[in-house]
Structures are given as C-alpha cells and as structure tokens.
Ligand binder design. Structure first.
Ligand SMILES: NC(=O)c1ccc[n+]([C@@H]2O[C@H](COP(=O)([O-])OP(=O)(O)OC[C@H]3O[C@@H](n4cnc5c(N)ncnc54)[C@H](O)[C@@H]3O)[C@@H](O)[C@H]2O)c1
Ligand SMILES: O=C(O)C[C@H](O)C(=O)O
Ligand SMILES: [Mg+2]
Length: 625
C-alpha cells in the first residue's frame, strides 16, 4: 500500500519520521521556510532534482511539494497524483524507471494544457465535456486542477451545476472508473473496518450524500456520486484543499426512484430507501466509523432530502463536529451575502436588512435554512428574533405558510415562519400583491415559478426588485436572468443558483447576472477548518463569512448590479471567507492548531497564513522511496 501524507512546516518532525518509514509526503512550505533547507540537506536526491529541473530551461515552475513513492514504471503513470504524462523530467524518468514508457520529448505543463484544451473543445455535448474532464481527473491531478482553475468560469458549469446534474442522472450509463467510497446497507457491519480501505490517513474534508435530493432532480440514489466529487473539486480549485486529502462518499440506503432502481445498469442496491429509526441508526454507525478513522475531518452533508437534513445536522453538529449541512448553512450564508450586497447596491446600510420584506418560494431545507440565516443576520443588527421572523412570507407548494392546520411533526423552524396575519394557502402572486416585498427568493426547485405576472406584480411596488431564483440546476431556476430583466425593464438585481450570462437590454445597457451559489462559502470554510483544525462549525462563522463576501467588491461595481466577485476569483473569495471563519474560531476558542504570531496579529497576517496553506496545481518533486 502506498501511504500519502500532506503536511505543512508545523508537521516537519512527523514528516521526516514518516519518510524514513517509506511514506509519500506532500510537503507545502513557503519558499523562505527553514524546512526547505532542512529537507534539501537531508535529501541529496532532491538537490539533484532541482539542479536537473533548472538545466531543463526551467520548463515548469516547481511547487515545494515533495512526493515520495515506492511505485516504479507504469504504476507511477497510472497514479494520477504522480502522473505527469509527457512532463516527467529526465531525472524522474531515470529514478522512477520510466525510460521508454513515455514519448521521448519532455513537454511543459503549458504544452500539455494546450493539447488537452484543444481536445476539450472538440467535445460535442456538455455531458461529453463532463466525461472528458472526469477522465482527465482520473489521469493527472495537477493537469486537471491547473486547467480547471485557469478556465474556471467556463469549466465550473461542467464539473458543477448545472451539468453535474445531468451526469448524476446518467451515472449508471456513463460510469467508467471508481472514485470515492460507497457505504451501503449491506456493508453496515463493516463500516468500522472498511474505512481503512481508504489509503489516506490525513483526510481533511469529506462530502457525503445519500442521494435523496440531488439539486432539484429528486432521488437519484447511488447515482449521486458526482455531487460529492464535484463539490470536492471546488474545495481544491476554489480553496486549495489538497486533492489527496478529500474523500467523496455515497451512502447507499436504497432509492425510491423506481425507474432507476429497475434499470439493469443501476449500480446501487436495487431496494427501497431505508427510512425512520433504522435509517438514522445506520447514519449513526457511519459517522462513528468515520470519526474513529478521521477525528478532525470536516464532514459536509450534501443533498439530503429535507425530511432528514435538519434532523441529521442537529444530531451531529456538536457530537461529531466539525460537521455542517451545505444546503442549509452555506446556502444561508450566500443568501445573506446576496441580500447584504443588494443593500449596498440600493444605497442602503447593512442595518436596513431589518426593513426588508422577504417572500421566499420553497420551504424545504434550503428555503428554511436561507430564511433562518437571514433572520439571524437581522437579529445581529440589534432586532428581536421574533421581529426578525416577522419579515418573512414563505410560500410552499400549498401556498403561504399560515396558521391553518399543519402536521404535529412539523419542524420548529418551519413553525416559526407561519403567518397569522394572512390567510394560509395564498398563492405566490397573491402574497406579492398583499405584502409588496423588497426581496423575492426562489428555493422551490420549480423551474419557471416566477412567471411574468409574479415578477411584474413585484416590480409595481419597488424601484429595485431584488430577485434571487436560487434553485439548481438551470432548468429548475424560478426564472432566467433575461426574464427578470425583461419583465422589470432592467430594474432588477438578479442572482441565480446556476450561472446565467449577462443580459444586454434593447438600449445596449448590460445587466449583470450574479451566481448566488453556496460555492462562495463552503471552500473557504474548509480551508479555515483544515488550517486551524477548527473543532466545531458555528452559525456565527457563516454570518461572518456572509458579511465578508458582501464587501468584496468596490462600490462602483456594486452600483452596476454586481453583487460579488465572479467565480473566477473564487480563490481570493475563499481566502477572505476563511479568514473571517478563522477569526470567529479564534474568538470562540475552537481552534486546535497553534498559529504563528503573524497570523494572530493582523487580518493580513491571517490571510497570508491561509494563502500559504493552499495547495497549488504545479508539479512538485517526486522522490523515489
Ligand atoms: N443556490 C444554492 O446555493 C442552493 C443551495 C442549496 C439548494 N439549492 C436549491 O434549492 C432547491 C430546494 O432545495 P430543498 O432541499 O429545500 O428541496 P425540497 O424539495 O426539500 O424543497 C422544495 C420546496 O419547494 C416547495 N415547492 C414546490 N413547488 C412549489 C411551488 N409551486 N410554489 C412554491 N413552493 C413550491 C416545496 O413545498 C418545498 O417546500 C433545489 O433546487 C436546490 O438545488 C440551491
Ligand atoms: O450544488 C449546488 O449547485 C448548490 C446546492 O448545493 C444545491 O443543492 O443546489
Ligand atoms: Mg446541494
């Protein structure tokens, strides 16, 4: 078995010990680090490697990462974390017994990128592009991330929403090669041992789904694996989490999607979904096993259906911390950021959030999570929480949540948002007529729900209608950017869950389409949790992150209708999010790692420290072990 460790300067004694024991080490250090000197003094091979690298006309800028491996020959090429295709140096070819196994001419990363991108452009459909990128990820980690990061705006919609949705729907048909781990009902007795089948001891982030509500595409069972894989690729590209230290997981508890279950190529257990106490107890077993093996890893619950999402979060957020639910908490974070930023765009103050009248379509875990997070942001501006709840009007598939009859099992969160001043069951349009909202949120998963009537009604009562259809994928968006701008004569502020292009109005003015997606929040959180070893994820961390995201753009951009930086700036956003989360963790005494003084002295010191921890997609040094 090949063992891999990633470590920073602080962990150097452990690294040196492990190297002697034949582990592979990924060592990240700032260029000036004394560890670099220490290491080069202990490794003649590495010194030689650096000299050879320089002689080869500086083909690539090397990272400080050091990979030590026992693999030789084809097994190096078949390991994506070691493989560098035509980019192996002369020395690596010699040391790793690659002579003759790769074409003779060494090429730089830039040339590899050129070749890959020209093949990418020849892919016909978005799904072909998704598959092409998946295969690249399986082949060469550095090249995959370098290409993803350099072309983020173009490729994020392929590896993430919306195309990842289609890739999940067709997973059973396009499956090629395994990635991540599957824990099924049938493995239950083995959870404690099977976690050791995963070769990496140092897992930083786990994204887990049971596939019960994939985007707005419903129950996709075991087909959902592309969601954790996609989310983790954003942790890596967007916040520099080391790819080796991420683990995508699917819990196969069956599926109630009959079409899929009966399909001969379906790869999950062909049985009905486990529910109730048995389901909860299985998840209990899984999380205990995971915690036993990886006590500090951040666990992100993703796309669990609303009947269990909040229950699981409550059950584990303290007992098995650090844990969070992406659809509830980090969607809440980006929604708060979007509203705060829209206040700036309207020339208002953050405290004016307390005067918003918010209509939200959708009362699932995302809708309620978003409204709860905005209520907390209002409370943080000095309002009573009760008054904060009073600013919301939530409409679900049965109309306005009012005080009519409702189930005894209703969640306390949902109950808090019931209105007593309007009849239960009013339609979305009726609610808008009566309430005259300033903000309209869409978390219903119902494409086209914001009809022309609905948007025109809203636009009658406010100068700047704030319209955020946040459902994913694009087909589930409550309206498109074009519709929102067209039906409001360009007055809307617009943000959607999946990306839409900007819209040019008939008079030639460009209207900006923002992406209000939790991608702005979870990668930075992961960076902070990993770098500081944060022991628990708190609501205050998300609020701090939201406030930061809302202030990243200069006034002149916000006045144009841009609410936050584009996704191509995600690494910069993530560092700022991480710094805000880190500061809350420091203040709340939730950090396990001792930080250098410089990181504690100033915000700049903290962001510098966090930036230094980020993995970069560059070829490092491979040392034969
Ligand atoms: N932008 C983001 O970052 C982000 C993050 C998480 C979730 N989401 C999206 O939010 C959506 C909802 O997620 P969820 O987990 O809450 O799903 P869910 O299925 O549990 O909830 C959907 C809610 O919409 C309501 N609804 C259905 N039809 C409606 C209608 N005609 N009018 C009003 N309400 C209606 C349902 O009653 C339910 O309350 C999904 O599309 C998901 O992709 C977006
Ligand atoms: O995955 C996304 O794009 C956002 C979100 O987590 C969702 O479930 O829709
Ligand atoms: Mg999700």
């Amino acid at each position: 078995m090949r063992n891999i460790i990633r470590a920073s300067f602080a962990k150097r004694p452990a690294i040196l010990g492990s190297l002697r024991n034949g582990f592979v080490a990924h060592v990240r250090t700032p260029p000036s680090s004394p560890f670099r000197t220490l290491f080069t003094r202990t490794s003649a091979a590495l010194q030689h490697e650096e000299r050879i690298g320089a002689l080869e006309c500086g083909l690539d800028e090397r990272s400080d990462e050091v990979l030590k491996t026992k693999h030789r020959g084809l097994s190096v090429i078949h390991d994506p974390s070691l493989n560098r295709g035509s980019g192996f140096s002369v020395d690596e070819r010699e040391r790793l017994l690659l002579r003759g196994l790769v074409p003779p001419r060494r090429q730089a990363l830039e040339q590899q990128i050129e070749r890959v991108m020209s093949t990418y452009e020849r892919q016909r459909t978005d799904l072909d592009k998704f598959q092409f990128m998946s295969m690249l990820m399986d082949r060469n980690t550095v090249l995959f991330y370098r290409i993803l990061m350099d072309n983020f705006e173009k490729l994020a919609p392929i590896v993430y929403t919306p195309v990842v949705g289609e890739a999940c729907q067709k997973f059973h048909a396009i499956y090629r090669r395994t990635r991540g781990m599957y824990f099924s009902i049938e493995d239950r007795a083995h959870f404690r041992t099977m976690v050791y089948n995963w070769p990496v001891d140092d897992v930083d982030v786990i994204v887990v789904t049971d596939g019960s509500r994939v985007l707005a595409l419903g129950d996709l069972g075991c087909n959902s694996m592309n969601i954790p894989i996609g989310k983790l690729s954003l942790y890596v590209s967007g916040a520099g989490i080391s790819p080796t230290n991420t683990l995508p997981v699917v819990l196969d508890v069956g599926t109630d999607n009959e079409e899929l279950r009966d399909h001969p190529l379906y790869l999950g257990l062909p049985r009905k979904r486990l529910r109730g106490d048995e389901y909860i107890s299985l998840i209990d077993d899984w999380i205990s096993a995971v915690r036993h093996r990886w006590p500090n890893a951040l666990i992100q619950f993703e796309d669990f259906s609303s009947d269990v999402a909040a229950t699981l979060l409550k059950r584990y957020r303290h007992k098995h911390a650090p844990v969070f639910n992406d659809d509830i908490q980090s969607t809440g974070c980006i929604a708060v950021a979007s509203v705060l930023s829209s206040l700036r765009a309207r020339g208002l103050e953050p405290s004016d959030i307390a005067h918003e009248k918010i209509v939200c379509a959708g009362a699932g875990s995302a809708g309620l999570g978003v409204c709860e997070a905005i209520a907390q942001a209002i409370e943080a501006e000095g309002q009573a929480l009760e008054d904060a709840y009073n600013r919301f009007y939530i409409v679900d598939e049965n109309g306005l949540l009012g005080t009519g009859t409702h189930s005894k099992n209703e969640s306390p969160t949902r109950r808090k948002f019931r209105r007593s001043d309007l009849p239960a069951g009013l339609s979305l349009k009726e609610v808008i007529e009566k309430v005259k909202p300033t903000v309209l949120l869409g978390l219903s998963g119902r494409g086209g729900l914001f009809t022309k009537d609905v948007i025109k009604e809203m636009a009658k009562h406010v100068d700047v209608p704030v319209i955020f259809p946040m459902s994913n994928p694009s087909t589930a968006s409550e309206c498109t950017a074009e519709q929102a701008f067209d039906w409001t004569s360009g007055r809307a502020l617009f943000a959607s869950g999946s990306p839409f292009g900007n819209v040019t109005m008939p008079n030639g003015v460009v209207k900006y389409s923002n992406q209000a997606n939790n991608v702005y929040s979870f990668p930075g959180l992961g960076l902070a949790v990993t770098a500081l070893r944060i022991s628990c994820v708190t609501d205050l961390m998300f609020l701090a992150a939201a406030r930061t995201i809302a202030t990243l753009l200069p006034d002149e951009d916000v006045q144009k209708g841009l609410l936050f930086p584009g996704v191509n700036k995600l690494r910069n956003v993530s560092v700022e999010v991480a710094a805000s989360v880190a500061q809350v963790a420091i203040d709340q005494g939730l950090t396990g790692n001792v930080l250098p003084d410089s990181a504690l002295k100033s915000r700049e010191g903290l962001t510098d420290f966090l930036r230094e921890q980020m993995w970069e997609p560059k070829y490092g040094h491979i040392v034969a072990g």
